[in-house]
Design a protein around this ligand. Structure first.
Ligand code: ADP
Ligand code: ZN
Ligand code: ZN
Length: 802
């Protein structure tokens, strides 16, 4: 028997399966999806079996045997294996990268496996019993060399033995040390052999006699018997008790934001949406829905009920949220509704915690996964529904290899299972809405808020006028009036700072120099808390200069508005206001997100001030005012999605106000009030925005009318990077059809990061049959020749930002 194995080495000539001989001892249990250790060159590497066959095209004598099996059960199902090859083609990445993105990082570590047996002489399988020869802990490799893996697998299934994994990393399976006391007679016998002056041991044996035959954690034994470890160890050595390890799951801190009871009745709109989805569930055909519902329209309630149906049918559900630590409220709602059936996969979990959640899924101990992007690969095998909440969010696209979009993977998996995908948003991506308009997706619409509340009243404030009338503060007169009224009424407000391109930097008022990062082509950002300047691209840190590095002038000061500065300003205007600030600085610690939000929800503050992380998902009854300090910062990004992103953000953040009984009010401060993205965000009407934006996209030839692919180049040498970029672009021009537009090469918007110069070129096309082939050729050229000279080239098909 021959196995095809993809090895864990990401390098060009190795991006294909290699043939290995399956030793006879493994034949009974080997199957695709298992991990193995195989000899590779002079090394021994981890690999994944993708296929088994009878013959190899290669000379049999040149083939090497598999060294060792790492798993008894596949870690990748046939479906996930197929998905990984599809993914590597779609995203032009190594197959090994596509496989590993599906598994928790802890699974790449080095393993040792041991067989653990409680009662070796009670095993009925005679071969296995004689192999054990009364041992309780045996390396799995030994069973393999005796050809007993099949027997082992059976015994594991019958729960007569367990396999312990020790990983040479802290992310191993977490275990507690358990102590099993002998029976009373044996303990009495041992007691009789003890020395009189071994007082502590006598005490412990007496205690054990009271607990004879029980299994308790070592910690508990030591505490209750009030003895130290050496005493326990001495008795274990005498055979009074056995040590064994029990696997436990780490318990990640669950977010604890209370949610009200589930509403008894759905609104008519919700019911119509749910009915469509459940009909599709019954039919068992793949179907993608776009659930377009205004903020507060009760989309989440629709998800929850659809999932209930899926569970009733004995199937499983995946729910994706953009960034789970930012949406603790959403997570709590799922946990409250489905309790222990839910696994939560956040990015804030440790590698070990992620591994535990993954194992719960693989063992089918949970039925619902709520998680960020990578949860789309949850190893379920009977999926009934996949939901992407806030489907327009850019976090669904991975920015590293493999550069996949969770939406595409969701639709691919749903095809396999014949199940619905639900894409939910108040502000769908243009791509999705266009597909829904064409009937590729089924459009479901929720026009009204679930509690029948009006959408908040939005005022756009022209900051140029404020300046003209002599107001130099960052708060317009109407916003500060609004804040004052809320403070007096005891209601809560949100102040939102659009962070991108809007942090404080240091500028010399005499010569205009800004203090820049020595490694990157970007200004350093001022951090008040540590009195330091930091680069947000490469992490470089510096102290704050007291004189201008250029002209030595002392007139050097901070510009722009950071959250800290806003907080100071609020304190000046409203000394009595209690403010909670949420930004990267105040939420660095694990769990601080939940804590700050809980405090705000308990009314311990009047104003929640923050960046993007407070824009979505919050549903608190007492918030009646939202202030956006400067709406335009995302508008001026050099990106064709700038208007779309601004509109989405304004709509999302406005949607936090007036969701319950009290009506909401929103102030959007801007220097470009006439821009359609801002004007239309005022009305909170998606369709007119969609129409206008589509016109612009058509005119300039951008998605969804055209596809785009971004090729980026970085190199330490500015001449070399330009040279390679030119060569690559020329190659593309030669090989792609004339209808395809190639823009560039041009220097990237931030032209140097971490001392590497950056160039890019953009391919725009409607239909380009030769695209994949040409890009693959380009990659081959890069991997065989260019990479040696220090070039890094990345290709991003359908980038979320350019
Ligand atoms: P969305 O996800 O669309 O922003 P949510 O699902 O968070 O909306 O619902 C907004 C609020 O309305 C929540 O407080 C929710 O509990 C409530 N809600 C949802 N559906 C109903 C309903 N049918 N009746 C009453 N309240 C509802
Ligand atoms: Zn100067
Ligand atoms: Zn830098």
């Amino acid at each position: 028997m021959i196995a095809e194995v993809i090895v864990d080495v990401a390098a060009y000539p190795i991006d294909r399966p290699f043939d290995y001989i399956v030793p006879e001892t493994m034949e009974s249990i080997i199957e695709p999806g298992l991990r193995v250790k195989v000899p590779f060159g002079r090394r021994n590497v981890l690999g994944y079996i993708t296929k088994l066959k009878d013959e190899s095209d290669l000379d049999f004598t040149k083939l090497k045997p598999i060294d060792e099996l790492v798993d008894l059960e596949p870690v990748l199902s046939a479906e996930l294996l197929a998905l990984s090859s599809w993914l590597s083609v779609e995203t032009l990445s190594y197959e090994i990268d596509a496989m590993q993105v599906m598994l928790p990082a802890a699974m790449r570590a080095r393993y040792e496996k041991y067989i653990l047996v409680d009662e070796p002489d009670e095993i009925e399988d005679e071969d296995f019993r004689s192999f054990l020869a009364n041992r309780k802990r045996v390396p799995m490799k030994e069973a393999e060399s005796f050809g007993l893996l099949g027997n082992l697998k059976k015994l594991v299934k019958e729960e007569l033995v367990t396999v312990e994994t020790t990983i040479s990393q802290r992310t191993a399976v977490k275990k507690v040390r358990m102590i099993r006391m002998e029976e009373e007679a044996e303990l009495q016998r041992i007691k009789a052999t003890l020395h009189q002056n071994a007082k502590r041991q006598v005490e412990l044996v007496d205690w054990m006699i009271l607990h004879a035959g029980k299994t308790l954690s070592a910690k508990k034994v030591m505490e209750e018997a009030a003895i130290q470890h050496p005493v326990l160890k001495a008795l274990i050595d005498r055979g009074a008790a056995y040590e064994q390890y029990e696997e436990i799951y780490r318990e990640p801190d669950a977010p604890r934001l209370q949610d009200g009871p589930a509403p008894e009745h759905l609104t008519d709109e919700q019911q119509v949406a749910l009915d469509s989805i459940t009909t599709s569930l019954e039919v068992g055909e793949p179907e993608t829905f776009l659930l377009h519902g205004v903020t507060g329209s009760g989309k989440t309630e629709v998800y929850l009920r659809a999932i209930q149906r899926v569970l009733d049918k004995g199937q499983e559900a995946i729910v994706l949220v953009p960034e789970i630590s930012l949406t603790p409220q959403m997570t709590s709602r799922f946990m409250e509704r489905f309790g222990p059936l839910v696994a939560v996969m956040h990015s804030a979990l440790s590698a070990g915690e992620k591994y535990d959640e993954w194992r719960k899924i693989q063992r089918r101990e949970v039925k619902v996964v709520v998680g960020a992007r990578s949860a789309i690969f949850a190893p379920f095998d009977n999926l009934g529904i996949i939901i992407l909440d806030e489907e327009h969010e850019s976090t669904y696209k991975q920015e590293d290899n493999p550069r996949y979009h969770a939406r595409d993977v969701a639709i691919k998996r749903a095809e396999h299972y014949g199940c619905p995908v639900v894409l939910g948003s108040a502000t769908p991506s243009l791509e999705s809405y266009a597909r829904a308009s064409k009937g590729v997706y089924t459009l479901l619409t929720l026009k009204r808020r679930a509690r029948n509340q009006e959408l908040p009243h939005v005022t756009v404030v022209d900051m140029r006028e404020e300046l003209k009338s002599g107001n130099r503060s960052m708060f317009s007169t109407s916003l500060s009036e609004g804040l004052r009224t809320r403070l007096e009424a005891g209601e809560q407000s949100i102040l939102f700072l659009n962070r991108r391109g809007f942090s404080s930097f240091v500028l010399c008022r005499d010569c205009g120099t800004t203090v820049e990062c020595p490694n990157c082509d970007i200004s350093l950002t001022y951090h008040r808390a540590h009195e330091r300047l930091k680069c947000h691209y490469c992490g470089h840190e510096d102290r704050v200069p007291s004189t201008c590095p250029q002209c030595k002038s002392e007139h050097i000061r901070f510009f722009g508005t950071g959250t800290q500065k806003v907080q100071d300003e609020v304190a000046k205007l409203f000394p009595e206001a209690r403010v909670i600030r949420m930004d990267v600085d105040t939420t660095r610690q694990k769990g601080s997100h939940e804590r700050l939000l809980r405090e705000f929800s308990e009314g311990k503050a009047d104003i929640l001030l923050g960046t993007q992380m407070i824009a979505k998902g919050l549903d608190f009854p007492n918030i009646t005012l939202v202030g956006v300090l400067a709406a335009d910062t995302t508008l001026h990004l050099a990106d064709f999605r700038a208007a779309e992103k601004t509109f989405q953000l304004m709509t999302q953040v406005s949607g936090r106000a007036g969701r319950h009984e009290l009506p909401g009010e929103v102030f959007i401060q801007t220097y470009s009030p006439e821009h359609y993205a801002i004007e239309l965000a005022k009305e909170q009407h998606y369709e007119p925005f969609y129409e206008l934006e589509m016109t612009a996209r058509r005119q300039f030839g951008y998605p969804p009318f055209y596809f785009v692919t971004l090729v980026q180049f970085t190199h330490e040498d500015v001449l070399k990077v330009a040279d390679f970029a030119n060569k690559a672009t020329a190659y593309l021009r030669e090989n792609l059809s004339t209808e395809t537009t190639i823009i560039g090469p041009t220097a990237a918007a931030v032209s140097r990061v971490n001392n590497r110069y950056r160039y890019q070129c953009l391919i725009k096309y409607k239909k380009e049959p030769k695209l994949t082939e040409t890009l693959q050729q380009l990659i081959r050229l890069y991997r065989t020749n260019w990479i040696k000279s220090g070039l890094i080239m990345t290709i991003d098909v359908d980038p979320v930002s350019i």
